[in-house]
Design a binder for this molecule. Sequence first.
Ligand SMILES: Nc1nc2c(ncn2[C@@H]2O[C@H](COP(=O)(O)OP(=O)(O)OP(=O)(O)O)[C@@H](O)[C@H]2O)c(=O)[nH]1
Ligand SMILES: [Mg+2]
Length: 344
Amino acid sequence: MGLFGKPRVEITVALDEVPRVVETGLVPPEVLSAPPAAASQGEAPADSDGQADLLYELKTVKELVTQLNEKIGERDKLKGLPRSTQAMYKRLLRNNVDEKLALRLVRSVGEQLESENTRDQERCRELFIQGIENLIRKPRPIEFNKNKPRVVAMVGPTGVGKTTTIAKLAANFTLLEKKQVGLITIDTYRIAAVEQLKTYAEIIGIPLEVVFRPEGLMPALDKFRHKDLIFIDTAGRSPKNEPQISELAEFLKAARPDEIMLVLSTNTHTADLLDIYRRFNVVRIDKLVFTKLDESNTWGQILNTVHKTRTSLAYITNGQNVPDDIEVPDPFYLAKTILGEDVG
Ligand SMILES: Nc1nc2c(ncn2[C@@H]2O[C@H](COP(=O)(O)OP(=O)(O)OP(=O)(O)O)[C@@H](O)[C@H]2O)c(=O)[nH]1
Ligand SMILES: [Mg+2]
């Protein structure tokens, strides 16, 4: 009865008349002379420059209509809002701030200006900076335990700067704050990875333990029981590789760190940052570290990620120099930059 048969669809394509562009000589003569019926057996006609041109034009028109629609939509959304806030909206978008988030900011600043009955440009700017500062949340650098070491693990995709960030922090805490620091690495997949951290440990003058299996973590932590701070460096993992992430989770379950920081490169699109967060979140992420701010032209991604994941920033890094290129983020400075102000 055909009940269990596969549904079949037949598409017939035919040309009623030869398109006009053909007459301009854009199409090779053999296509001109081909009878329209040749195209009717479910197969598209042999492509020709004329048709390609038409399709291209059609696509361009479609894109134009979409753009126009977006423009109209944008105008509607911004309708009635003070001009100064509209300019800020464009700046936020240019700096990769999520459209919805930018609109929320613009509306709330608009309302505030209205309630204060002012259109003052400087007040407008101030309110935007405050709004972004609030969204960035208060940074949460490493905290210390009273009578036992604070254990901090860094996780994240490959090459984002986990090891370098640990070296910067370890050096600063050792040299400037006179803390006792120990390093543990579970990144034993590449010889160079262990060597990299070992070199830093030697320069700073602090001990390093290399751990190959989850069972090795407790003894290593125990060796450092009199330290103030222990960093655990992990191998860069592809967020798409679930077995790798599960293995990482096994190690962290055994280590039970006080803080797990997800290290992200600022040079990443918001959608990818959120995807990375989601995939790594099987290992409970407490804080975010954004690296390579120096290499990225826009910082809106940071705002979007902090806001969407509701996770605070611990540190930002802005260069390859150990130990200098790391900071506890200053929300005021970040806000000004995200607003597109040249802060030098
Ligand atoms: N420009 C710039 N480069 C950085 C920054 N942080 C780290 N890097 C560089 O990024 C590269 C990778 O750094 P690593 O610390 O080895 O990165 P990782 O996350 O440990 O890498 P894997 O262990 O291989 O996953 C190195 O060349 C670092 O010098 C930064 O803030 N700015
Ligand atoms: Mg590393």
